[in-house]
Design a protein around this ligand. Sequence first.
Ligand code: C2O
Length: 546
Amino acid sequence: GEVHYHEFVIQARPVKRLCRTHSTITVNGQFPGPTLAVRDGDSLVITAINRARYNVTLHWHGIRQLRNPWADGPEYVTQCPIQPGGTYTYRFTIQSQEGTLWWHAHSKWLRATVYGALIIFPRWGLHYPFPMPKREFPILLGEWWDGNPMDVLKQALFTGAAPNVSDAYTINGQPGDLYRCSSKGTAVFPVLPGETILLRIINAALNQELFFSVANHQMTVVGVDAAYTRPFATNVIMIGPGQTTNVLITANQAAGRYYMAARAYQTAQNAAFDNTTTTAILQYILASGSSGKGQSSRPILPRLPAYNDTATATAFTSSLRSPWKIKVPTQIDENLFFTVGLGLINCSNPNSPRCQGPNGTRFAASMNNVSFVFPRTNSLMQAYYQGIPGVFTTDFPPVPPIQFDYTGNVSRGLWQPVKATKLYKLKFGSRVQIILQDTSIVSTEDHPIHLHGYSFAVIGAGFGNFNPRNDPAKFNLIDPPVRNTIGTPPGGWVAIRFVADNPGVWLMHCHIDSHLVWGLAMSFLVENGVGELQSVIPPPLDLPRC
Ligand code: C2O
């Protein structure tokens, strides 16, 4: 493959949105950041230069990084952060992956503005499993705060309360026509009548699952998370933070302008959320070079589902299939059951400014009652590789200590998660099944769970408590979709399987960043296999120190 060299300078730049100019952390002055376009088998060498005033790391979301955890990026997991003034070069190769991925900062809330598309084309001579589209566009969905997102986070962490919701959603960094002072920048996607185009939709929003639709144009879904899917037609997609969805649309309508739009899919009850709508324009270009008629009239808006339309979200996600039979492990070595959910920590002084959560508490989120604490002085990967003791323990509890009705009346046992840096050890090559079970301690909620270093088969999902007697009979072990981020349905469960063939320390977490900073995360430690080929590569010499 080819080697692509890039320099990513992380720096503050003035960016004007919603009538105000903000000093915004960008890559190379661009917001959103640069698009990386490569082929399967290519290598990337990206030198990150930190000229911002925050610690930063970069993560290549969905890249498997086989035996190469040092390039994965989550701060304090596979590397210490790049400090202001520092640099680090990420080197990795794409190994048998194609489709749409993306990259983003993996340090506090910097990814609010530090993100971009990572597009992987098939190897030379290979083709998509569908007719070649005439044009392709990355569609990056984001969230914008009329303020510094890092300050929003700081405030939330100090008070223990939920962070302020965003002020706008964005498409390729632009809120679009429906927001104040935003018409001029609205993203426009040109298309010739009759053409079929590929939209590579990426949910880069910090905290919000989204519905997306294009007025008058049906979408044909052909891929998710850099894996192909069996094509199916839909008017609306639901996409969680971290996920990508590839759709084809054909310009078969009257020449003119049509809105594509996104707005919230919000599952947590009684929680504030940004209820605005972002738009971009699909614009027909006539062969003469002039745009279609209707140029000056306002484009039509697509009909989007109600914010709490779980039926539509579920209909979409349960339609996803791999286009062919895939290898799903049928025997299981590790059968794991992980609860995911929000919790509350009681305060001794509920009137304290640090206890502004519900009824004088602080929010904490957990998996199996453990609220993940990131280390400070070492990365987990370094601690493992160099045998540094005291950084983590490997007693992540595989089963919650207290049995209870996860989605009904909840025992107080999970109200007080323990804060700890606990990893779960997996033997190299073991076949793993994980049931992710949402809990209702604060409210039920869809949690988009992302696993680093792996893709997994999504073999089943349902509402209520997972039933180990009846539910496995319904698992799809033939053609389940393959993903790197999967929503745990609100008040429900989802089942995934993968083979632990990538040694290293790999974070698994909720991709809603407010939940991540509250601890909705855990890490796997996949031990080195025997023999040289299976072991982790040595750490690069420029790996940042804490
Ligand atoms: Cu998209 Cu842990 O990240």
